[in-house]
Design a protein around this ligand. Structure first.
Ligand SMILES: C[S@@+](CC[C@H](N)C(=O)[O-])C[C@H]1O[C@@H](n2cnc3c(N)ncnc32)[C@H](O)[C@@H]1O
Length: 467
């Protein structure tokens, strides 16, 4: 069996030795191994044997042969690469051929790549765009790329938009990315979140994590209709979007809920909240990033199997719902995540690193928490994980539907600041008691305010100090 070292050795011995290795290992498995392990190519590399392999029946061999031709960056290979890009049966091979043409980086490739801008595979168009962007300032390139803003594919539109039509950011009076106003730090406001958010400056929060009311499934949430419930959430998350810093996250915990039937003559109705809410969040400008599934043990959830367990009749199967979603969104921006991370100084980055073992998958097994006062509280562990994966030390994190204030408590315990809103007086007072019991007040200055107190509090903070 060939080894990587052998391939490297023969490559370094020169073209004839390498040719000999290829001739004595002509089966697909070995040829693929040689191509995959060629690595960097010497200047005098003779690629004639590689050209032959672009006609192989094996798609992977053709792919790697094309990739290898690309590594030579030779203008002479343009015709063969162009022909492969046009006619190969496999779109992966065609895309690699366009990529290989792009790697040549000589003006000669401009007209060739332009020919692929109307390819029916958007991935090939994107690859051609990538190659052409090396000549972004040339009129011919601009004249051919700018019209792609109207291309039906959304990724192509985004790239063209970012490269040629970047949004002009209005100079807003906002805090530097890592900082937040002191008067928002460790504050709980009693009131409708929509009214509270209208009082605070744009781009204040680093992270929002929340579990919204469950439509009409619990007593604290009464809406006229499912549609009006979704419109209410749209309003809350639109305001939240405005108050969120550039490129930062919103994580919404929801699950489908069931409204029980009114009598045996009627059916109960199930509402797929996460799936319906997604449409509104996307419309607002929250970019979907991930779906994390929170799994609870079967013993901890409501049993819906009693009937089926007896009769076993298909169609009447009702699985026990052990999962909820954490839908992860990012405030849409042209900036990469690296930009967000670069805003923090090195010591904050070091202190905030997620150390030791951590959950590597999007399945989080965490037992639910039960509470005598509030019927739907977050487990502490859930809040702590969200905070550590999606914020930095010293950030300001927000929960618009605070309930018992679990997220605020986790924020303090993780060296972050919180801002919470809760409409129900009973829960607002419960947060206070909960914080007393957990000695949260020992650590920090915490303010519990009505909306009018909060308004006063902001006005009095004439200095608007930040840290
Ligand atoms: C699902 S619970 C959140 C529980 C919370 N995650 C916890 O750990 O305790 C939703 C909360 O939103 C509150 N709420 C409902 N409508 C609100 C509004 N318009 N403004 C602020 N809070 C609201 C409810 O009173 C309820 O406590």
């Amino acid at each position: 069996m060939l080894t990587k070292e052998q391939v490297k050795k023969y490559k370094n011995l020169g073209n004839s030795k390498l040719q000999h290795l290829v001739n004595t290992h002509k089966d697909n498995k070995n040829l693929l191994f040689i191509l995959e392990n060629l690595g960097y190519l010497p200047n005098d590399f003779d690629e004639s044997w590689v050209v032959d392999l672009t006609y192989s029946d094996n798609k992977n061999i053709r792919f790697w042969a094309v990739k290898t031709l690309g590594k030579t960056r030779k203008i002479e290979n343009i015709p063969i690469l162009k022909s492969i890009a046009k006619f190969d049966k496999s779109n992966d091979v065609r895309r690699e051929a366009v990529s290989s043409i792009g790697r040549i980086k000589k003006e000669k490739i401009i007209n060739v790549l332009i020919e692929f801008l109307d390819d029916k595979d958007p991935k090939i168009v994107l690859q051609a765009i990538r190659g052409l962007l090396n000549f972004k300032n040339k009129n011919i390139v601009q004249d051919n790329l700018k019209p792609l803003l109207k291309h039906p594919n959304e990724m192509i539109q985004t790239v063209i938009n970012k490269e040629f039509f970047p949004t002009k950011v209005k100079a807003k009076k906002i805090q530097p990315h890592t900082q937040s106003y002191d008067y928002l730090k460790n504050v709980v406001v009693l009131g409708d979140v929509r009214n509270v958010l209208k009082l605070i400056p744009d781009e204040s929060f680093h992270l929002t994590f929340t579990s919204p009311p469950y439509y009409n499934a619990r007593d604290y949430s009464i809406y006229q209709s499912y549609n009006s419930y979704l419109l209410f959430l749209e309003e809350v998350f639109k305001l939240t979007w405005e108050k969120t810093k550039e490129g930062r996250y919103l994580i919404v915990n929801t699950s489908p809920i069931i409204i029980p039937r009114i009598s045996r003559q009627h059916s109960s109705k199930r509402y797929p909240i996460p799936f319906d809410l997604h449409y509104y969040l996307n419309k607002i400008g929250w970019e979907f990033i991930d779906d994390i599934v929170w799994i609870k043990s079967e013993a901890s959830v409501k049993n819906r199997n009693a009937g089926f367990l007896q009769h076993r009749k298909p169609l009447a199967y009702k699985p026990n719902a052990r999962t909820e979603y954490l839908m992860v969104y990012r405030k849409q921006t042209e900036k990469l995540l690296d930009w967000n991370i670069r805003q923090y100084n090195q010591s904050v980055v070091e202190r905030s690193k997620v150390k030791g073992k951590y959950e590597t998958s999007n399945v989080w097994e965490i037992e639910p928490k039960f509470n005598k006062v509030h019927t739907a509280v977050f487990p502490d562990e859930l809040c702590k994980r969200v905070i550590k994966f999606y914020s930095y030390e010293g950030d300001l994190v927000f929960d618009p539907f605070a309930g018992s204030g679990t997220f605020g408590k986790a924020a303090i315990e993780s060296n972050r600041y919180f801002f919470l809103t809760e409409i129900n007086n009973k829960y607002f007072n419960y947060i206070k008691n909960n914080f007393i019991e957990c000695n949260i007040f020992d650590h920090k200055n915490i303010s519990f305010l009505t909306i009018s107190n909060f308004e006063e509090y902001i006005k009095n903070d004439t200095n608007r100090t930040s840290s």
